[in-house]
Design a binder for this molecule. Structure first.
Ligand code: ARG
Length: 428
């Protein structure tokens, strides 16, 4: 006999949803409470009306009489929130393939990893995610297959291969000796080569451009405080990307590279580890978002070695982890706009929600932390009129937990219900 759970498991493997209402059909979600993230309020006993994948209304249950034959999803014991958004993921990589092991993963394998990890991420309540760096435009294929409902996953915004300097943290790979002649796809030096790379990524269908303005933790031979790209190069990259309507995410740990990226007009600074007061002030002035991955350091330092992370990378992580968290507190207190991004792939996909409690530990209220993954993230991604809120006209992206996440944000580590675009993918 098929239980509901086994049917769901089959549906999930086949990439299907638990229930797919026909387009015109109205469905109703009865919610014990709805979190209005804009207003910062919990509204008790609500009914959310959904049609054609969109929210039609959010109303008090007392004032909404449901038709007798109505299709009703009962979440009257749960709190419903907007689907979560992670702005910094790498769905095509796995956390146990770090360092030299990464060299053994082929592009087809990486793409299949993406299929597996997209499903895990959606099941964890992340209904929209941004991928900031993937080989071979596998991310473009993944995004499109999910959009066509051929496979299961969050709504994706993707960057394609990151663009970076020769030997840099983005896109090049310094693991193989010279005689292998290995050069990363996104390598570009000088303004015109960079513009050409941006144009190529646009040609092959990316939603945004990812680059690096400093070295990184997990790349061989790069320094966290060393700048990658000059201000002239970064400015050319941002100008070209913006000319094509693409936003720019810049990986930056060191202070000089962070400052360069903000000056060049980056839309978000990823990591922002050694940010100083000058850059905090400039980011505030320019409205630049910081996407600070304050959970991942715990995983690198405890599991990294067995997952293949290089010794030199472990050393760099020891140097950066604590300071990044202190600077998260400072930047938040100063009022820099923050969006939620975790660097999933460096830790296991699906654990994304663990970052919320860390953001609270380092100075945010639970509501502020939730906003980084809803309204703020939607704004950074340029889709704030469509996702990030539970309100009429928005995509029906809903997640639910038992209890009050404004009291205990770690509840978001165990999402019980997931709906994306009006379709249920996880049911309690
Ligand atoms: N992908 C990043 C890098 O290699 C990971 C940094 C993780 N560490 C941290 N403290 N956020 O640089």
């Amino acid at each position: 006999m098929w239980t509901r759970t086994s049917l769901f498991a089959i549906a999930a493997v086949a990439g299907l949803a638990v229930s797919a209402p026909s387009a015109a059909q109205l469905s109703y979600v009865k919610a014990g409470a709805v979190l209005d993230v804009e207003a910062g309020q919990l509204l008790r006993d609500q009914v959310i009306t959904i049609q054609d994948g969109r929210i039609v209304a959010v109303e008090a249950a007392s004032s909404r009489k449901l038709p007798a034959e109505a299709k009703v999803i009962d979440l009257s014991k749960q709190t419903v929130l907007p689907g979560l958004i992670d702005c910094h993921t790498h769905l095509m990589s796995d956390s146990d393939d770090q360092g030299l092991r990464g060299l053994t993963v082929s592009l087809p394998e990486a793409t299949l990893n993406g299929v597996k990890n997209a499903a895990k991420t959606l099941q964890a309540g992340f209904t929209t995610v941004r991928m900031v760096g993937a080989p071979g435009y596998g991310d473009v294929a993944l995004r499109d297959a999910i959009a066509k409902r051929e496979i299961l996953g969050p709504r994706l915004l993707v960057s394609g291969p990151p663009i970076g300097i020769t030997g840099g943290h983005c896109s090049d790979n310094n693991l193989l000796p010279h005689e292998y002649g290995s050069v990363g796809t996104g390598v570009a030096d000088g303004p015109w080569e960079i513009r050409r790379r941006v144009r190529q990524n646009v040609k092959f269908g990316v939603d945004l451009i990812k680059t690096c303005s400093t070295g990184g933790v997990l790349s061989k031979g790069t320094k966290l405080d060393a700048t990658q790209y000059t201000l002239e190069e970064l400015t050319a990259l941002v100008e070209e990307a913006h000319a094509h309507g693409r936003r720019v995410a810049v990986h930056a740990h060191g202070a000089a590279g962070i400052q360069n990226a903000i000056l060049a007009g980056a839309d978000s600074i990823e990591h922002a580890s050694f940010v100083n007061d000058e850059s905090i002030a400039l980011a505030k002035e320019r409205g630049t978002f910081f996407v600070m991955d304050v959970y991942v350091t715990e995983h690198i330092l405890t599991e990294g070695k067995k997952n293949g992370v290089l010794e030199e990378s472990l050393d760099k992580e020891r140097e950066v982890g604590t300071i990044q968290r202190e600077n998260f507190t400072r930047a938040h207190q100063a009022g820099v706009r923050m969006a939620f991004g975790t660097d999933s792939a460096v830790y296991p996909h699906g654990d994304n929600g663990r970052q919320f409690s860390r953001m609270v530990r380092f100075g945010m209220t639970p509501l502020e932390a939730i906003r980084t993954a809803t309204t703020n993230a939607a704004e950074l991604l340029g889709i704030k009129d469509r996702v990030g809120q539970l309100a009429a006209g928005f995509e029906a992206d809903l997640v639910a937990v038992t209890g009050n996440p404004l009291e205990d944000v770690s509840l978001l580590e165990n999402i019980e219900f997931v709906m994306k675009g009006g379709i249920v993918y996880k049911d309690p």
